[in-house]
Structures are given as C-alpha cells and as structure tokens.
Design a protein around this ligand. Structure first.
Ligand code: UD1
Ligand code: UDP
Length: 383
C-alpha cells in the first residue's frame, strides 16, 4: 500500500507543543508515514517538549545560537532542509503558525517543489510590525501553502479575504488537543516549588513575556508594572517562568530579582505549565499560546501587547488587551484583584479555539487532499 509521507517540521517550544498531538495522531493511520524534522531554533525549550511527549525526531538541524538573528535562523533552516529533502523526500511538509522556522521551512519545501500544509493558518493582527516578525511570517507561509488548516472561522475568513479560497479547512487549534492530555486534578509538579504553593488561599498570578516587539521600553514597563503590583499586593504571588532569551532574562532579573512574592523560575515543562495555569487566579502574558489555553481553563488573561491575532476570547470577554504602558497594566490587574464581579465575568471557561479534535480533522483532511479518502473531516464549530 502506498503510504503518504508527511514530514512535520518545527523548531520552537510553542510549535512543538501544538504539533506534538498531530505527530501522534498521524502515527495512528496505516496509510500515513509520519516523519519529524526539528530545526532546533530553540534547544532546551524544544527538547523539554519532545521529551514530555516522547517524540524522537528523525532529523535535527540543531541550528540555535545564543542571541540569534532572524536572518541566521532563516538561512540555516533553508540550507539544512535542502539536505534533509535529499535524504528523505516527503509528499508534504507540515509547518505550524508564524515562527521563522515555519516560514523558512515552507520556503525550503516550495523551492524543492514539495507541497506545504500550514497548521494554524489565517491568524492576522493586520499590523506588519506587530507581532514582529510573526505577522509577516504567517502571511508569507499562507502564500506558500497548498493546504491550510485554520483553527477558527474568523481565521478562515481572513484567508478568504486574501483570495486564498482553495483547500482551506476549519479544524480547531491543536493546542486544545494537547491541553486535554496534560491537565489532571491530582497532578504533582516536577518543579518542586510549585507543589508548595497554597493555590486556594493565595491569589497566584502566572506571567510570561518574551515578544521581540516588546524588547526595550515595553518590556521594561511590563517588569516595572509587575514589581509595583507585587509591592501593592503583598499576599499575592507572581510566578514567572522566564524565557531563555538573554534579553528577557536580563530584563526580568533587573526589575524582579529578590522580590519576596515574585517567583522567577526556569522555563517549565509543558505538563507543569498547563497544570499551573489550571490552578492560578489569573494570567498576564504577551504569549500567543497562553491566550488560547487560559480561556479554556477558565482563567482571565491580561494580554501585554497592543493587539492580538486571537480576537475570539476577547470577544467572549475572558481576555483583555491591556497594552504595554505601566499604569494601564497596573490598573487592569488591580481591577481583577479587587473587583469580584469583574473577575467572575472574565473567569468563565470558553473554548472558541477548539474541541480537542483538531488533529484528527487535519489527518482526515490531508488524506482527502491526496485523494486517499472520500471526504474531508467535518468543520470545527465553536460552542
Ligand atoms: C521565537 C519565535 C516566536 C515565538 C517564540 C516562542 C521567531 C522569530 N520567533 O521567539 O515567534 O513566539 O519563539 O517562545 O521565530 N534560547 C535558548 N534556549 C532555548 C530557546 C531560546 O537559549 O531553548 C535563547 C537563545 O539565546 C536564542 C534566544 O533565546 O537566541 C531567542 O530565541 P529565538 O527563537 O530567536 O526567539 P524567541 O524570542 O524565542
Ligand atoms: N509554556 C511552557 N513552559 C513555560 C512557558 C510556556 O510549557 O515556561 C508553554 C505554554 O503553555 C504554551 C507555549 O509554551 O503552550 C507558549 O509558548 P511561548 O509563549 O513561548 O510562545 P508563543 O505562544 O507566544 O508563540
């Protein structure tokens, strides 16, 4: 029997978390031969995810450098994948989202005339410079792709408006598939300090910040706002797993080191992270993935950015875009601490991003696209 050779290419933590359940799902089909190639754009943070989901890559480009540039990542992925395709040529390359790995891998596949499937297609902020370089990465990947897996109808419509109207499927986001396998009531954390926190007796805030467009003054504002909030809310606890980017680490240390009720910790394994998120009072973040996960877990989210490509949870009322001005961040956080009605309104669990079946839909749509099954999967419809 001819098998469809599907090569998933990813390189950063969020891509790995969102592609892991798909890699597993592709392994369940007799007529699919799944191959995994990691670029290693992230090293430790990628490896954490690979080991958590027990995925051993078939190829590893191992490209990461300290304080790497977008250009170096792009060129190393392009060159590295050319060699991989010579050794093992897939029928289709799957890339995810908006990282430089995704765009460069899509381009490498196109140069080799290999079909490209874009997972998490059609998200748009409509601002070329924010998020930077992700908005342009995902636009360009959308042009390169032959088949598009949009998480939501709004994402699908964004592609339609750009004239991309063939082979676009609405699948839900694979991150919700991942979340369904990670969160447990009786979970014991690998990071020992997290087991000692009194989640019911104390307001625990989970925060993360890493975006390149926030480097500089916006990131300084974020750290200063958290320092001030920690001083005002002595009985609250701010837990901050700090991204390994040297710039982020220096800025976090400069403003937040040594504050009693701020816990600066290393990046968490994904099981720890999801279970921590399920127990905290609220989330403050500039991350894309956290904006999808926290609403599903019923946690209010303050987004430390000026825009979002994920408007669905904002519309549902569980996510607020607060920007990166210090006083705005402080005001929005204090409101969630002090105004119970406002907190309860934002706390509702909503699932606009998926129902846990995105990976099955993507696999079925792939088989349909290649003429190996009679029909495409049913569309994901939000609650
Ligand atoms: C990248 C993606 C961004 C995504 C983010 C998720 C691009 C341009 N950016 O941004 O879209 O939201 O990942 O986290 O694709 N580092 C380590 N070890 C690691 C990971 C990173 O030391 O495991 C350090 C390295 O010094 C590296 C730096 O972090 O040079 C920045 O990594 P990079 O992938 O270039 O950018 P991110 O800000 O992580
Ligand atoms: N995450 C994690 N450990 C951490 C911080 C984040 O496992 O210490 C997970 C988080 O739950 C989400 C993903 O990493 O699934 C988000 O990655 P990140 O914020 O780096 O990137 P973005 O989503 O903004 O692209």
């Amino acid at each position: 029997m001819k098998k469809l050779k599907v090569m998933s290419v990813f390189g950063t933590r969020p891509e790995a978390i969102k592609m892991a359940p798909l890699v597993k799902e592709l392994g369940n089909y007799d007529n699919i031969d799944p191959i995994v190639c990691v670029t290693g754009q992230h090293r430790e943070m990628l490896d954490q995810v690979l080991s958590a989901f027990e995925i051993t890559p078939d190829f590893d480009l191992d490209i990461m450098e300290k304080s790497q540039t977008i250009s170096s990542v792009t060129s190393k992925v392009l060159m590295g994948l050319k060699d991989v395709f010579e050794k093992d040529r897939p029928d289709i390359v799957l890339v995810h989202g908006d990282t430089t790995t995704s765009f460069a891998a899509g381009l490498a596949a196109f140069y080799d005339k290999i079909a490209v499937g874009h997972v998490e297609a059609g998200l748009r902020s409509f601002d070329k410079m924010s998020p930077y370089p992700e908005e342009m990465n995902r636009l360009l990947t959308g042009r390169l792709a032959d088949i598009h897996f949009s998480p939501t109808r709004a994402n699908f419509n964004n592609l339609l408006n750009e004239g991309i109207n063939k082979n676009v499927y609405i699948t839900g986001n694979t991150v919700i598939d991942a979340l369904k396998t990670t969160v447990r009531d009786d979970y014991v954390f690998e990071c020992p300090e997290l087991n000692d926190i009194d989640y019911d007796g104390r307001k625990v805030v989970l925060m993360t910040a890493h975006r390149r467009e926030n480097y500089g003054q916006p990131m300084e504002n974020i750290m200063q706002a958290v320092a001030e909030l920690a001083a005002q809310k002595k009985d609250a606890l701010f837990v901050y797993p700090v991204h390994l980017s040297p710039y982020v680490r220096e800025t976090a240390a400069k403003y937040l080191d040594g504050i009693d009720n701020v816990m600066l910790i290393s990046p968490l394994g994904v099981f720890d992270m999801h279970n921590l998120m399920s127990r905290v009072y609220m989330v403050m973040t500039d991350s894309g993935g956290l904006q999808e996960e926290a609403p599903a877990l019923g946690k209010p989210v303050l987004v430390l950015r000026r825009e979002t490509e994920r408007p669905e949870a904002v519309e549902a009322g569980t996510v607020e875009i607060v920007g990166t001005e210090k006083q705005d961040i402080i005001n929005s956080a204090l409101r969630l601490f002090d105004d119970k009605d406002h907190y309860l309104k934002m706390k509702r669990a909503v699932n606009p991003y998926g129902d846990g079946n995105a990976c099955r839909r993507i696999a079925e749509d792939l088989l349909y696209y290649f003429g190996m099954s009679e029909k495409a999967a049913e569309e994901f419809v939000a609650e």
